[in-house]
Design a protein around this ligand. Sequence first.
Ligand SMILES: [Zn+2]
Length: 283
Amino acid sequence: MAKSPRPGGHGPTPLRWPRAAPGLAAAGLLLAFPLQAAPLDLEGYRLVDLTHAYNADTVFWPAPPTHFKLEQLHYGETPGGFFYSAYRFCLPEHGGTHLDAPIHFARDRETMEQVPLERLVGPVVVIDVSGKAAADRDYRVTPADVLAFEAQHGRIEAGTRVLVRTDWSRRWPDAAAYLGHATDASKLHFPSYGEDAARLLVEDRRVALLGIDTASIDYGPAADFPVHRIAAAADVPGLENVTGLDALPSRGAILLALPMKIEGGSGGPTRVVALVPRGSAGR
Ligand SMILES: [Zn+2]
């Protein structure tokens, strides 16, 4: 049986899905895939939604405008005898579960529609600092946290997506509890990445994306947003206000973070989903 040649020169390294499906290979169905990758067998995974719903309570950065608005255009029976509903919505880019494109903190960098899908889909690790965040709401992830994770779970490989778990999502949508202050952006207190950990992850480990279950990849009191700037300078997008990270293993899951494709945008609503291997325990 002829085998397809290994495709080359198609950009980033293809994803290596962690499960093989020999039955499909025997049936010749591997031909559509790069030879070094196994087909993705969705039966082996459960889908976990890491996204807050948009509604009137959605938490936004406390600088106006700060709300999601859903306006009804039509709702009800039509003269034709059938039901029809339609709405329009309006919101700032940076609220709810959303992506930061690199141009958010770096001039001339990628805008929303330019962020490569390869950064948004693929293996993800979860660094759990929820205990430290519970003791200090201004906690910042340190290089020691990253190294401790690696000592236990293995080195974070280049191109991996990183999510930090603080369990702050349990405070959603109480803006005062979640942000530290509901309306004054100079009085925010919530945990996030520290500058040195961001440098280690972005510049040394060369991760694909930084995400977190708080409002920002910089901690609440940050005045000059060093983590945003380190990430943006390396074309690393940010993923903010994710939820449900207690359902993910430390490593082994596949992240799919697909933002609204806003041409020229600096950020926007993103449906974030993880494929979690069945049998792997969320912690
Ligand atoms: Zn943002």
